[in-house]
Structure formats: structure tokens, C-alpha cells
Design a protein around this ligand. Structure first.
Ligand code: FES
Length: 194
């Protein structure tokens, strides 16, 4: 018997990023990241040793810190190459929620509108101390990049999913997603049978 435990790999955002879904034990197919021993029904006559497969977001290198310029977005695909995976990394030159770097100003977001999937790539804007994405070309929603992608105007009612980042030396890695990417039942849909 094998159980799969899905967990998020980010270290620095655990409190805000984890959803109940991220911790569900499930028996479906998924890429095995690591194998851990588990004891079921411990302390009872039915105690059984099983192997658990821990599944998490990929840790994907997406940019180099030294190559970033303020307000020059870098687009990338995450967590896979599948549907609505387009995302944007930007150095916003002002502290942002979940930001990394010395000024905590480097953030990344899904570029698919949470309302009806409008394309947001290219819609990053700076207005004074505000850093927004939008307006969405479909129904004019805008999202606040300083406050975890919360919707600030328009038709959407869910925040823009934030891609969680880690900095290791000069390398910036995507390590998870906070919020459900539009058009998906699960963020991790493009995984292979382990
Ligand atoms: S799809 Fe973006 S506001 Fe409707």
C-alpha cells in the first residue's frame, strides 16, 4: 500500500501558502519526489509499515538576481508547461508581500486572470507606490502586487496566484504557488506516474 503526501516545498511562506488541499493524502498517480517510511495504525494490532511518496512543487530556476532590472518583467512557465502556466517575475523596487531580495521587492505572479482567464502578461504597471497588474483586457480587473495579488478593481473576486520564490546565491527559484491557477482543478496537473 502506498500513500502520496502532497506538500509545498517553500520554506519561507508556510503560514500563508498552505491550503487544506496541499496536505491531503491521496492515492492517485503523481511524480515521486522522495520516499519516506510511514507507520499506519501505530500502537494497534493492525500496525503496518508502508512507504509514503512525498510530492511537491518543482523547484525551478527562473532568473538571476544580478540580471534583473527594476520594473522589467521576466516571464516564465510554472509549475509546468501546461495550461495557464505563464507567470511573471518582477523587481518592483518597493517592498512587496512575499518579496525576496534585499528590499523584498522581487515577486512573481500567475499571468492568467482569476475571473475568466484573461491574459495579463504585459500588464504590469507602476503608479507612485502602487504596483499592479491590469487592467485585464477582458473585464478590466486589476491586482495589487504589493498585497499578495489581491483584486483591487474589476470583475475578478479571487487574488492573483502568487508564485513563491527562494533566493540561493544569485539564483532565483520558483518553489510553489499560493492560490489556484485559473482553469485548473489542481495546480499540479502535469505530473507523471511515479
Ligand atoms: S477575465 Fe479578467 S476581468 Fe474577466
Amino acid at each position: 500500500m502506498t500513500a502520496n503526501l502532497k506538500q509545498n516545498s517553500s520554506k519561507g511562506h508556510n503560514k500563508c501558502m498552505m491550503s487544506r488541499r496541499d496536505f491531503l493524502l491521496y492515492s492517485g498517480v503523481a511524480t515521486a519526489v522522495s520516499i519516506v517510511p510511514l507507520s499506519l495504525f501505530a500502537g494497534t494490532d493492525s500496525e503496518t509499515q508502508v512507504e509514503g511518496r512525498i510530492v511537491g512543487y518543482p523547484r525551478k530556476k527562473i532568473a538571476k538576481l544580478s540580471e534583473l532590472s527594476d520594473h522589467t518583467p521576466v516571464h516564465f512557465q510554472y509549475p509546468d508547461e501546461g495550461k495557464n502556466a505563464i507567470a511573471m517575475l518582477v523587481k518592483a523596487d518597493i517592498e512587496c508581500g512575499g518579496g525576496i531580495g534585499q528590499k523584498r521587492d522581487i515577486v512573481a505572479y500567475s499571468m492568467t486572470c482569476t475571473h475568466q482567464g484573461g491574459p495579463l502578461a504585459g500588464a504590469y504597471k507602476v503608479t507612485g507606490d502602487h504596483r499592479i497588474v491590469g487592467q485585464c483586457p477582458f473585464h478590466l480587473s486589476t491586482f495589487d502586487l504589493r498585497r499578495h495579488g489581491i483584486m483591487v478593481s474589476g470583475q475578478a473576486f479571487e487574488s492573483l496566484p502568487q508564485v513563491l520564490l527562494e533566493l540561493e546565491g544569485d539564483d532565483i527559484y520558483a518553489v510553489g504557488v499560493m492560490g489556484l491557477i485559473f482553469g485548473r482543478m489542481e495546480n499540479l496537473i502535469d505530473v507523471e506516474v511515479g
